[in-house]
Design a protein around this ligand. Structure first.
Ligand code: HEC
Ligand code: HEC
Ligand code: HEC
Ligand code: HEC
Length: 386
């Protein structure tokens, strides 16, 4: 979030959006990607290429939010006070020599994230990003598990982080970390933040489980078989994947091999895209004519399809192919669940070819071995009698 203004992918898309709308959309983007830049430095679209440092979502954004007036589109209320700077936070007993402190219940709830993590099209109200709503409708909300419980810990599953949050602060049983790890390891790699990139990969690896289901024990040469793969969202408190809709994609790379021979494959990356017929989990946005919008998000008018996996939900995908007559004794099945924040194709289009390599993260894998029986007896009999 600290880099939400300097993010090269954001900058490039912002320039396109600004040009296409004659600057009409600039303030909209800036309200979430540089709240302080917009409110106090009076940013304009022209500042996007400026050399001066422009803050993204910084400490002072979140710790000055005193209220929200809605659950999307930057509906936060900032209350900076030059004479008596006060930081709002989760502790009623926090004392700082540098600023006033005030307790804020809002900071302990997902609603503080909602205003930026729900994006609605400013002109036609199409829901574009819905991370907060996805969480709000989930069992995590019912159980009182907030965004903070997963994204403000040192890593997935660690909800015990004793210590101090400031040098002169109090010793506390649990300190909420500020890594805010999501899935975008590519961006962290771009900024040279190796540790953050690894944390993002850990988040992704904690999110899903994958298994083969209803597997046949044996298959026969010449037979048509169907292999089913079940993918469960076990760790993400919203859809898998969530967030930026034009890019985020999770997919199964499935391979069936026999005696080192490839029998079937689906989910390969070809020319910077996942190949046609890849079983992927993704949302497709469309324009007013129902055509897919790849990148020009301001043209979005509707959601065309959404195959993402709901929190604690699952999806089953299947593959049908023929076991060839020249196969060996076994059929080996390998499935890898992959994530990328953007296809390489989109990044190349935005930044130019060879500028940024997208990090494909292996979230989980599954494999199985099936015995291949020779072609059926009857078939053999017929050929021998002739
Ligand atoms: C995206 C919003 C956001 C940003 C940016 C942010 N914080 Fe926080 N911070 C929070 C929230 C939310 C909590 C409370 C979490 C809870 O208790 O559930 C918090 C808690 C804290 C706490 C108390 C931690 C504890 O558990 O005892 C301190 C101190 C703090 N923030 C300082 C900072 C500083 C310094 C920065 C900048 C380097 C910063 N924050 C940036 C949202 C943010
Ligand atoms: C003022 C707006 C704002 C608020 C409030 C805010 N965020 Fe964000 N957040 C952003 C923006 C903008 C980005 C995208 C930065 C980028 O990739 O350019 C982001 C990115 C993230 C990411 C990284 C996503 C990735 O792709 O890896 C996580 C995780 C995240 N936010 C969690 C939270 C949580 C949890 C809260 C509430 C405690 C919160 N945010 C509050 C604006 C906000
Ligand atoms: C139960 C734990 C959990 C909760 C609750 C949760 N998240 Fe996540 N979140 C994850 C995991 C795991 C990932 C990585 C997998 C993915 O990308 O979906 C993730 C990914 C993300 C991303 C990056 C998505 C991407 O691929 O670009 C954002 C942004 C985000 N979360 C924001 C939020 C916000 C905002 C909330 C609250 C409304 C929230 N999360 C609640 C676990 C959680
Ligand atoms: C309501 C808040 C909000 C508004 C308005 C908004 N964004 Fe974002 N944007 C986010 C959040 C939150 C994320 C992170 C989601 C995720 O990680 O999947 C994000 C992510 C992005 C990303 C992906 C960055 C990356 O490195 O993967 C791009 C690009 C982007 N926004 C561009 C824009 C542009 C251009 C506009 C204006 C047309 C805009 N955004 C308006 C909140 C907003």
């Amino acid at each position: 979030m600290a880099n939400s203004w300097d993010d090269p992918i954001y900058k490039s898309l912002f320039k396109r959006a600004s040009k296409a709308t004659n600057g009409e959309i600039d303030n909209f983007c800036m309200a979430c990607h540089s709240p302080i830049g917009m409110t106090s430095m009076k940013l304009t679209g022209a500042d996007i290429d400026s050399e001066r440092h422009i803050p993204g979502v910084t400490c002072d954004v979140c710790h000055n939010i005193s209220a929200i007036t809605g659950h999307d589109n930057a509906a936060y209320v900032l209350t900076p006070d030059k004479n008596k700077p006060t930081k709002l936070g989760p502790h009623a007993d926090a004392a700082s020599p540098y600023h006033q402190t005030a307790y804020s219940d809002l900071h302990t709830r997902s609603e503080i994230c909602a205003t930026c993590h729900n994006v609605t099209h400013p002109f036609n109200s199409t829901p574009i990003e819905r991370t907060y709503d996805e969480w709000q409708e989930s069992v995590y909300n019912e159980q009182g598990i907030q965004c903070q419980d997963c994204h403000m810990t040192p890593g997935p599953g660690t909800n015990n982080n004793p210590g101090k949050s400031a040098v002169m602060g109090k010793e506390r049983k649990h300190v909420y970390s500020h890594d805010f790890s999501g899935g975008n390891s590519t961006l962290h790699e771009y900024f040279g933040a190796k540790e953050s990139a690894e944390l993002a990969r850990a988040m992704l690896r904690s999110a899903a489980k994958m298994e083969f289901i209803d597997l046949p024990k044996t298959v026969t040469k010449g037979d048509t078989v169907t292999i089913k793969v079940k993918v469960t969202n076990i760790g993400a408190g919203h859809k898998l994947p969530t967030g930026f809709p034009e890019g985020r994609e999770v997919w199964v790379d499935f391979k069936a091999t026999s005696s080192n021979m490839q029998v079937y494959r689906s989910g390969e990356v070809i020319d910077g895209h996942t190949e046609k017929n890849t079983r992927n989990f993704k949302v497709w946005l469309g324009d007013a004519n129902g055509n897919v919008v790849d990148l020009n998000v301001w043209e979005v008018d509707r959601v065309l399809a959404d195959t993402r996996i709901p929190p604690k939900g699952f999806a089953i995908v299947d593959y049908t192919f023929v076991v060839p007559d020249n196969a060996g004794e076994h059929l080996t099945l390998n499935a890898t669940l992959n994530y990328w924040p953007f296809s390489q194709h989109l990044i190349d289009e935005l930044l130019g070819k060879g500028k940024l390599k997208v990090d494909i993260v292996e979230m989980t894998t599954a494999s199985a071995l099936i015995t291949i029986a020779p072609a059926s007896q009857q078939h053999t009999l017929i050929t021998t009698t002739h």
